[in-house]
Design a protein around this ligand. Structure first.
Ligand SMILES: NC(=O)c1ccc[n+]([C@@H]2O[C@H](COP(=O)([O-])OP(=O)(O)OC[C@H]3O[C@@H](n4cnc5c(N)ncnc54)[C@H](OP(=O)(O)O)[C@@H]3O)[C@@H](O)[C@H]2O)c1
Length: 276
């Protein structure tokens, strides 16, 4: 199984599909990562807050696949925001992952009440210039949060991981990002919590294409160049989630999916939601 990649603004190629790992811990996490990498996944999404960086690193090692062919992205917790704190947090994450550099490093949430996202971003710019981080990015940043980083440093993040699926299309935010070549990667890309997978039009599309409703949701993203990091601890579902490059949604499908967008107000609001 070969997963296509996309070129980011800084020239690094990132797989369009990666494995999400939130909620997976210990040996089950090691096993899930090992099976995903053996199956062809070349990108793992974790975070220091998930408490599983060590297991993700062990899973890659146990897969037997050359470490340099697999990318890991991890995230800075709110409690580690600040310039010196973020530099230290990066070293700690790398130690837990068992790597000498971090492929993709994201500020997990902007946490505006802390007022430290700019200093944190300055640390990522430094780490990137030193080659310790290959792709500096953010997660859950809205337009003003992104603009503040650029205004302070003259550097846009290469990637913004956002809550996104046909049920939460985030059209305006993605347009802002596309104009600045900030790659959009979707978390919770299946939209199952929004009831997307039981929608009659999604079920009809799945029958029409001979695919599962989950594959319809994931195809919607990658067909427009949005990356996805679906989480599955199950080998068969991991394969299913990457098997989305042999069909296309047509105009009628895309129109029907556009009807299911609940709008920006239904997304988790990162001006309010803060995770430390
Ligand atoms: N940046 C952020 O703030 C943020 C926030 C949330 C999540 N994330 C990242 O994004 C990843 C994905 O988001 P998510 O975990 O919330 O949601 P998700 O990937 O959309 O859904 C995961 C759930 O769907 C099930 N599932 C996956 N594929 C399936 C399939 N083909 N058929 C049936 N069930 C399937 C999984 O169960 P099984 O494991 O049993 O298959 C799991 O319960 C996370 O793991 C994490 O890495 C980032």
């Amino acid at each position: 199984m070969e997963i296509p990649t996309v070129g980011l603004r800084n020239g690094v190629s990132l797989p369009l599909v990666g494995l999400g790992t939130f909620g997976m811990l210990g040996p089950p996490c090691v096993g899930a990562v090992e099976s995903a990498v053996r199956n062809g996944y070349r990108l793992l999404d974790t975070a220091s807050n998930y408490g599983n960086e060590r297991s993700v690193g062990m899973g890659i090692e146990e897969s037997g696949v050359d470490r340099h062919r697999v990318m890991v992205q991890t995230k800075i917790a709110g409690g580690d925001q600040g310039y010196d704190e973020a530099i230290n947090a990066a070293k700690e994450s790398a130690r837990r992952l068992g790597v000498d550099h971090i492929d993709v490093y994201l500020i997990h949430w902007p946490c505006p009440s802390l007022g430290k996202s700019v200093q944190t971003w300055e640390a990522l710019v430094t780490l990137s210039a030193e080659g310790f981080v290959r792709v500096p990015g953010v997660s859950n940043f809205k337009e003003p949060h992104l603009q503040a980083l650029f205004d302070a440093t003259g550097v846009w993040p290469a990637i913004n991981q956002i809550q996104c699926s046909p049920a939460l299309a985030r059209t305006e935010l993605r347009e802002f990002m596309a104009q600045r070549q900030i790659f959009a990667q979707a978390w919770h890309p299946t939209g199952r919590k929004e009831g997307l997978l039981h929608d009659p039009s999604v079920l009809a599309m799945a029958r029409k294409h001979g695919k599962s409703p989950t594959q319809i949701a994931l195809r919607w993203a990658v067909q427009q160049g949005i990356g996805v990091v679906p989480k599955s601890s199950h080998r068969g579902r991991q394969s299913e989630n990457a098997d989305i490059f042999d069909f296309s949604l047509d105009e009628a499908d895309l129109r029907a999916l556009a009807e299911l967008d609940r709008g920006e107000a239904a997304a988790r609001d990162s001006d309010v939601v803060e995770e430390y």
